[in-house]
Write a protein that binds this ligand. Sequence first.
Ligand code: PHE
Length: 338
Amino acid sequence: MNEIIEAVNRAAAEAVEKIAAAQDSAALEAVRIAYLGRNGLFPELSKKMGSVPPEERRETGSAFNTGRTKIQDALNEALAKNKSASAGNEALDLTLPGRRSGCGHRHPITQLTDECVEVFGRMGFIAVDGPEIEDIYHNFDALNTPDDHPSRDPKDTFYFPDGRILRSQTSPVQVRVMETHSLPVRIVAPGRVFRRDTPDATHGMNFHQIEGLYIDRNVSMADLKSVLQNFAWEMFGKDVKIRLRPHFFPFTEPSVEYDFSCVVCGGKGCNVCKQSGWIEIAGAGMVDPNVLKNVGIDPEIWSGYAFGLGLERLAMLRYRIPDLRFLYDNDVRFLGQF
Ligand code: PHE
């Protein structure tokens, strides 16, 4: 083994050590230049090849090759390690914006409920709550409903074995409010109600109503009409018309049904309004004196009106939904549009 081979082997070992100690790619590049670069140690040593006796040339040449390969391999390995380490750092880049995950939102009926509560709130109505599981007294008896009224039938109303029911309307909240509040009162009570109906495009077994009640001195049908008219304008703008049709409810006298002109077709007739140009939105009327007497209010002094709005019907008009069952299928492609 000649001096040159020894020098090459030493240089290679040195370089590999320095590569192992290098902290970053700049330090690695410095090692490469120092040993393999154009003016580095290896080219320097190879200049001495001329002085090597011919029988040692082959051995010396292969020592150069082995040395270079060792250094290059060590460099490649260190560079690859560096890269994967810095890839790890990138994953921790705290300045990058985070990945957004999908976020839910309020159901369209909840949004619409809140909107109605706000509109009535501006007209002086306070929002109150009532139980979904009711007793017969509040849902029927106190509301002047005769014993043989068809709405009491188990074919129409859900009964529990203990005789309580799932409320079939939000009207029992009227009774609960009159029992507990001093007069005058002006409330709205939004909530879920339950009826044994065969579901179709405009009926469900449970749906939502907003009950309204105003009791004061000298309340008249004109007050009721103006509140309902205002509500319609607030929800749909001045183009919407309202129509009051005579009707009957046990707890109001006189009673009306309250229709909005169909804002989907402008009154011409479409599938939302079943070609009639109108949509039935609410029942309403002047609170029957018998109801006032049932809760100990003197009908000679006090009078009032009540109304019950169907929220799903309102949603159909507002959001142009042709079938209210869409609201409860829980299909995110539908719900995501609100
Ligand atoms: N409770 C009635 C219904 O469910 C609506 C209504 C409420 C009517 C208040 C008059 C007064 O159909």
